[in-house]
Design a protein. Structure first.
Length: 236
C-alpha cells in the first residue's frame, strides 16, 4: 500500500522540561498507518539532531581554530561558552553565524588585526551544501528555509579578561555575543526564527538592554553575567 502524502509529518514537541505534545492532523485518529508514521517521524528527527550536532561540533572547531586568544584560561572559557551556547534552545539558529574572537593585549598602543579567510571559512560564508531531508516534514523544511535568509560573520575584540575567574570571563563573552544579536536587524531576525509565538511577541516589545539580558538567560549564562557585574563593580 502506498504511503499517504502526509506520512512522517507527526511530530512530538517539548511543551516544557517535563512534558511533550504530539502534533498531528484530525484524520490521524483513524489512520491505520499512524504508528509507522510516528516511528518514521522520530527516526527522521533523530537523524536531523545527529546532523545538527555534527555541524555544531564543526562550527565550534572552526571558531576556535580561527580565533586568536593568547591566554589558555580565556581559551578554555571560550570553548566552554561555545559548547554551551550551541546546546541551548537557540543553538540551531546560531548555525548561520561564524563567531570569531580576538584577544587584544592590555596596554597595547596599536594592534593590527589580520583575519584569515581560509577555504573552509569561505565555504561557510557562501553557504553549505544543502542536506537532503524528507520533504514531507514541513516543520524542518520551513526551519531550514528561514535559516537561508542570511549568514553573518561576527568578530568580537576581547580587550579585557579576569584572571582566575572563569565565570566572569564567560559572562563577558556572553554579554558581547548577546549585544551583537540584540542590536542589529539580522541578529534579531535570526533569534526570532527560534522562538515560539509568545516569546516572539515578548521579544519584540523589549528594548536592547532587556533583550541582551533575556538572551543571556535563554543561553544559560545568568550566573556568569552576575559574576561579570560583580567584578566590574569592584573595579569601579
Amino acid at each position: 500500500m502506498d504511503k499517504k502524502d502526509c506520512f512522517g509529518s507527526i511530530r512530538e514537541v517539548n511543551v516544557n522540561q517535563s512534558h511533550t505534545m504530539t502534533l498531528s492532523k484530525p484524520e490521524c485518529r483513524n489512520c491505520e498507518e499512524i504508528r509507522d508514521c510516528l516511528r518514521t517521524s522520530k527516526q527522521l528527527e533523530e537523524e536531523e539532531r545527529e546532523r545538527d550536532d555534527l555541524r555544531k561540533q564543526n562550527m565550534i572547531a572552526q571558531m576556535i581554530d580561527h580565533s586568536h586568544v593568547f591566554s589558555n584560561e580565556l581559551g578554555s572559557c571560550l570553548l566552554e561558552f561555545l559548547s554551551r551556547i550551541y546546546s541551548s534552545p537557540l543553538g540551531t539558529v546560531l548555525l548561520k553565524n561564524l563567531l570569531l574572537f580576538y584577544e587584544i593585549p592590555q596596554g597595547a598602543l596599536s594592534y593590527t588585526l589580520t583575519i584569515p579567510f581560509s577555504e573552509t571559512i569561505m565555504n561557510l560564508i557562501q553557504g553549505e551544501k544543502s542536506e537532503t531531508r524528507d520533504s514531507l516534514n514541513p516543520s524542518v523544511t520551513q526551519h531550514r528555509e528561514g535559516l537561508k535568509e542570511g549568514f553573518a560573520l561576527r568578530i568580537f575584540l576581547l580587550q579585557k579578561s579576569f584572571p582566575n575567574l572563569p565565570k566572569a570571563n564567560m559572562g563577558l563573552i556572553a554579554y558581547e555575543v548577546a549585544r551583537a544579536f540584540a542590536s542589529d536587524e539580522l541578529g534579531i531576525k535570526q533569534i526570532l526564527q527560534g522562538l515560539s509565538d509568545s516569546e516572539t511577541n515578548l521579544f519584540k516589545r523589549m528594548d536592547v538592554e532587556t533583550r541582551m539580558k533575556w538572551l543571556i538567560g535563554k543561553w544559560g549564562f545568568l550566573d556568569e553575567f552576575e559574576a561579570l557585574k560583580r567584578e566590574m563593580a569592584v573595579e569601579k
